[in-house]
Design a protein around this ligand. Structure first.
Ligand SMILES: [Zn+2]
Length: 414
C-alpha cells in the first residue's frame, strides 16, 4: 500500500494479485473460525473463549499480543519499520437473542441472566464476522509486510453492545502500551448491502447517546385522599408529555436529536398513591452539545413540574446516568476519501455506496478520546448475497435485519 490519508489511491496490479491469492489461502480457515465463533457466541463482558481465539490467531500471525485489556479486550501489534500506526478494530460480543436462522452452525448457546434465568445468545449483529475479518486482515498484512512500512494495531473489542468496551480498553492503557494510532478503521456488516460492496460516508455516521434513569418523586398517600398527597404518577405523565417538546420546540429544526422514554413503572395497587415513579430514557444526537442541551432541558422540565406541584428542594426528581455516554462516530474526511479510493480501485465504483447517517449508536468513536482526537473511519460491509436481495425485493424472502433472530449474513462472499 502506498499514499497517506487524503492521497488518491491506486494499487499496483502485482500487489492486487498477491492480495487475492492470499485471500484465497486464508478464506477456508477464516470461514471455519467464523462458524466456530458463530456457534459459540458470548454476551458482552463474557467474551473469554472468543478473546482466547483472537489472541491465539494474532500470536500465530507474528503479532505481539496483549490480552485482558478493559475486560476481555485483545490487541496485537506488528512493527514493520518506520511509518504511520494504523488501528483496525473488530468487536466480539453477541446479543441475548434466540437464533432462528436454521443454519447448520446456528447457536444453541444460553447464558445466565441477571436474575439467574437462561438467556439465549446469538451473534445477531455480526460481530463474529468483524472479529474474523480483522484477524484475517492481520494475517494477510503480516504476509504482505514487505510491501508496507509502519505499525499495525489490531484490536478485538469486548462489550460493544452494552457500550463501554472501547473506553475500557483505552482506560486500561491500550495506547500507552502500543502507542497512539495515527488512524483508526473499523467495519460493520449491513444486511441491506449486497456482498462484494461497501458503504462509506464522510462526517457523521452514527449518533452519540446518553441513557438516563429518572426517579420522579412525590408524596405517597391513600388513593381516596389525593389532596393529602403529591401524586408522582400524574407528575410522570406530565413529564412524558413535556419531554416531547424538547425535540419539537427547543431544538433547532436542522439538528438531529431523539428523546425516547422506553420504560415507566410506578405504584402497586389501585388505591395507593406511590412515593415515586421510575422512567428509563435514551437521548441520541449527532452533536454532543445538542445531546447535552436536550439532557439539560429534560432536567429543567422535571424540576419545574415538581416545583409547580409544591414539592420541596429535597423532593426534586433524580436523574442517574444508566450507562456510560458515548460519542457520535464522525468519519474523518481525508481518511474516508482514501478508503473510498482504495475500495473503488479494488471493487469498482458501483460497489462503493454512499451511506446516510444512522440514529443508532456504536462506541467506535471512543477510540478517538475527547481532547486527543484521531482520524477514524468506520465503513459498512455488504453481507447479503445479491440473489437473496433480489428475492427480498420481490417479496419471496424476508431480510433478517441486525439484532433480529433471522439475521444470517452470507459469510463466504462477504
Ligand atoms: Zn453491532
Amino acid at each position: 500500500m502506498t499514499g497517506g490519508a487524503g492521497a488518491a489511491m491506486r494499487v499496483a496490479d502485482e500487489w492486487k494479485k498477491r492480495l487475492y491469492q492470499l485471500v484465497e489461502v486464508h478464506l477456508p480457515p477464516a470461514l471455519a473460525l467464523y462458524r466456530r465463533i458463530h456457534a459459540r457466541p458470548e454476551l458482552s463482558g463474557e467474551e473469554t473463549a472468543t478473546a482466547a481465539l483472537a489472541a491465539e490467531r494474532l500470536a500465530a500471525a507474528g503479532f505481539e499480543v496483549a490480552a485482558g485489556l478493559g475486560g476481555h479486550g485483545v490487541a496485537g501489534r506488528l512493527r514493520n519499520g518506520t511509518g504511520p500506526r494504523l488501528l483496525i478494530r473488530g468487536d466480539m460480543d453477541a446479543l441475548p437473542v434466540r437464533e432462528e436462522t436454521g443454519l447448520a452452525y446456528a447457536s444453541t448457546v444460553t447464558s445466565c441472566g441477571p436474575d439467574g434465568q437462561a438467556l439465549p445468545v446469538m451473534h445477531a449483529c455480526g460481530h463474529d464476522l468483524h472479529t474474523v475479518a480483522v484477524l484475517g486482515a492481520a494475517a494477510i498484512l503480516a504476509e504482505l509486510r514487505a510491501t508496507w512500512a509502519g505499525e499495525l494495531m489490531v484490536v478485538c473489542q469486548p462489550a460493544e453492545e452494552t457500550v463501554g468496551g472501547a473506553k475500557l480498553m483505552i482506560a486500561d492503557g491500550l495506547y500507552e502500551r502500543f502507542g497512539r494510532p495515527d488512524w483508526g478503521i473499523a467495519l460493520h456488516v449491513r444486511p441491506e448491502l449486497p456482498t462484494g460492496s461497501v458503504g462509506l460516508r464522510a462526517g457523521i455516521l452514527s449518533a452519540g447517546c446518553r441513557s438516563l434513569d429518572v426517579t420522579i418523586r412525590g408524596r405517597g398517600g391513600h388513593g381516596a385522599a389525593p389532596h393529602k398527597a403529591v401524586d408522582p404518577i400524574v407528575l410522570a405523565a406530565q413529564f412524558v408529555l413535556a419531554a416531547q417538546t424538547v425535540v419539537s420546540r427547543e431544538t433547532h429544526p436542522a439538528e438531529m436529536v431523539v428523546v425516547s422514554i422506553g420504560s415507566i413503572h410506578g405504584g402497586s395497587k389501585r388505591n395507593v398513591i406511590p412515593e415515586s415513579v421510575e422512567l428509563k430514557l435514551t437521548i441520541r444526537g449527532y452533536k454532543e452539545a445538542v445531546i447535552a442541551a436536550a439532557d439539560a432541558a429534560l432536567r429543567r422540565h422535571a424540576r419545574g413540574l415538581a416545583s409547580a406541584a409544591g414539592l420541596d428542594e429535597n423532593e426534586m426528581p433524580v436523574f442517574h446516568p444508566a450507562e456510560p455516554p458515548f460519542r457520535p462516530v464522525v468519519n474523518d474526511e481525508p481518511l474516508t476519501q482514501t478508503l473510498s479510493a482504495l475500495f473503488t480501485d479494488l471493487l469498482g465504483a458501483e460497489r462503493v455506496v454512499r451511506q446516510e447517517p444512522s440514529t443508532g449508536s456504536e462506541d467506535f468513536g471512543d477510540f478517538s478520546p475527547a481532547g486527543a482526537e484521531l482520524p477514524l473511519c468506520m465503513f459498512h460491509l455488504g453481507c447479503t448475497a445479491p440473489e437473496r436481495l433480489a428475492r427480498v425485493e420481490t417479496g419471496e424472502e424476508k431480510l433478517g435485519l441486525l439484532h433480529t433472530p433471522r439475521f444470517a449474513p452470507d459469510a463466504e462472499p462477504t
